[in-house]
Write a protein that binds this ligand. Structure first.
Ligand code: CAO
Length: 424
């Protein structure tokens, strides 16, 4: 074992600089080129690397010390010397002179670049108090420095702070606090109970499955149920259907529902928003692109009717029909399914009384529509047969309160019960 004093190499134009951070402690094992200290001049801060690897035996400097080229920073028990010790029998040739310590350059600031997988708030990141190399270290690990508390001088973020942050985050994610913490699903051989066959899921099934699963477990869903009296709406739709039959035009109930939804989105703009990636801001949208869930043999897709507020009932009906055909013919383009503000999932043509639609993130709410049915409704004097449409509104409870959810469906129900309101 050999010990070696590690000295400050040529640090360029500076006579003396102040140590603002110690990056190693006695007992640490380091590699050559690992940073030992951070110094700061009035122009820049820089980290001074070690010329050798080994175990730190002594730290010869302290925060606040002024140092210059040749100052001893630490004493290392060098690992290299152990590996390179020559056998005793043969006299060792004189060792080659050690390479001159590398002259450290002030580390350039890393340009702001969003990580492909982990969200980094670039504004907060750039404001964080940390040296360039700690910034690079944080970025390599996908750590948003804006979330790390600095324990260094004047709150500077040290390498240790970043490591502690990563450890805490991982431990929270694996200890049940951040993960579901459920036992994995066992692999089961169903053939032990009867005849079976394995059928591969379609690509759409797999993609939708992942998407729905993520949304279901990460968004706190609440579903508000309600009903709308669509007796008049249906009478009008049927009348229009007869009048427009010769032109080959058919107005779907979904077009009325979409128009009513837009009126309610205008009355309750929070439903037309998305949480940003930091979850600290709402992105309020001033456009009305409405998604429609379409059932295809390969699975569920959600094409988006763009600027539906500016389209007529006939135009919306035609677009839904065209999209449904395209979807079933696998002709939808990715852009046809992007940019939605709110989705409608209609199972009305099929059946059912109510259901819990899963929010189509980053949207914050989705309306499920079930099959309308004639119900005896008390009008104050007697029961009247009215055509009632069941509505199931799922919303993101982080963005929308229960009271707002009930107000939205009440408003929506009123629009559908008296479609003259849609003219207002
Ligand atoms: N109650 C009663 N009847 C209804 C109805 C309702 N809520 N909605 C539609 N209908 C009737 C229509 O009147 C029509 O009957 P007629 O042919 O006698 O007029 C029939 O059902 C079909 O309606 P439509 O042609 O107008 O189609 P649509 O607009 O209802 O639906 C589409 C189009 C694309 C939404 C539908 O084909 C579809 O794919 N639905 C499934 C969506 C889905 O899978 N959602 C679940 C997603 S999981 O969250």
């Amino acid at each position: 074992m050999k010990t070696k004093e590690i000295v400050v190499p040529d640090i360029g134009d500076f006579d003396e600089v102040e140590i603002i951070e110690l990056l190693v402690a006695v007992g640490d094992t380091i590699a050559a080129e690992d940073s030992l200290i951070t110094v700061e001049s009035d122009k820049a801060s820089m980290e001074i690397p070690s010329s050798d690897g080994g175990v730190v035996k002594e730290v010869k400097v302290a925060i606040g010390d002024m140092i210059k080229e040749g100052s001893i920073m630490v004493v290392l028990e060098t690992t290299q010397s152990v590996l390179e010790e020559e056998p005793e029998e043969e006299p060792a040739p004189p060792p080659p002179p050690p390479p001159p310590p590398k002259k450290p350059k002030p580390l350039p600031e890393i340009p702001a670049k969003p990580s492909p997988t982990i969200h980094i708030d670039e504004v907060k990141f750039s404001k964080a108090y940390a040296t360039p190399s700690q910034r690079r270290f944080a970025r390599d690990l996908g750590v948003d420095l804006g979330n790390v508390k600095g324990s260094g001088r004047k709150g500077r973020i040290t390498r240790q702070d970043i490591k502690s942050y990563v450890k805490t985050t991982i431990s929270a994610a694996t200890s049940g606090g951040g993960s579901l913490g459920v036992a994995p699903m066992p692999e089961i051989d169903f053939s032990q109970w009867g005849d079976i066959e394995s059928v591969a899921l379609s690509k759409i099934n797999k993609l939708t499955g992942e998407f729905l699963h993520r949304n279901w477990v990460t968004i706190p869903h609440v579903t508000q149920y309600d009903e709308a009296d669509i007796t008049e709406m249906e009478a009008f739709r049927k009348q229009m259907g007869t009048e427009l039959k010769d032109q080959g035009v058919k107005i779907t109930p979904l077009a009325f529902i979409m128009k009513a939804v837009i009126a309610s989105l205008k009355a309750f703009p929070r439903f037309n928003s998305s949480l940003d990636a930091s979850k600290e801001n709402l992105i309020q949208k001033h456009y009305y692109h409405i998604g429609v869930a379409v059932d295809t043999p390969d699975g569920l897709v959600v094409p988006v009717i763009r600027d539906a507020d500016q389209k007529s009932l006939v135009e919306i009906s035609q677009e839904i029909r065209e999209f449904a055909i395209k979807a079933r013919d696998k002709k939808l383009k990715p852009s046809d399914m992007q940019g939605g503000c709110f989705s409608i999932s209609s199972l009305g043509g099929i059946g059912g009384t109510k259901f819990t639609p899963i929010i189509n993130a980053p949207e914050v709410a989705i309306l499920g529509v079930s099959r309308s049915s004639m119900q005896p409704i008390w009008n104050g004097n007697e029961f009247e047969p009215r055509l009632m449409l069941p509505l199931s509104l799922s919303y993101d409870h982080r963005v929308i309160d229960g009271a707002a959810g009930a107000r939205f469906t009440t408003h929506l129900s009123k629009q559908l019960s008296d479609i003259r309101r849609l003219l207002l």
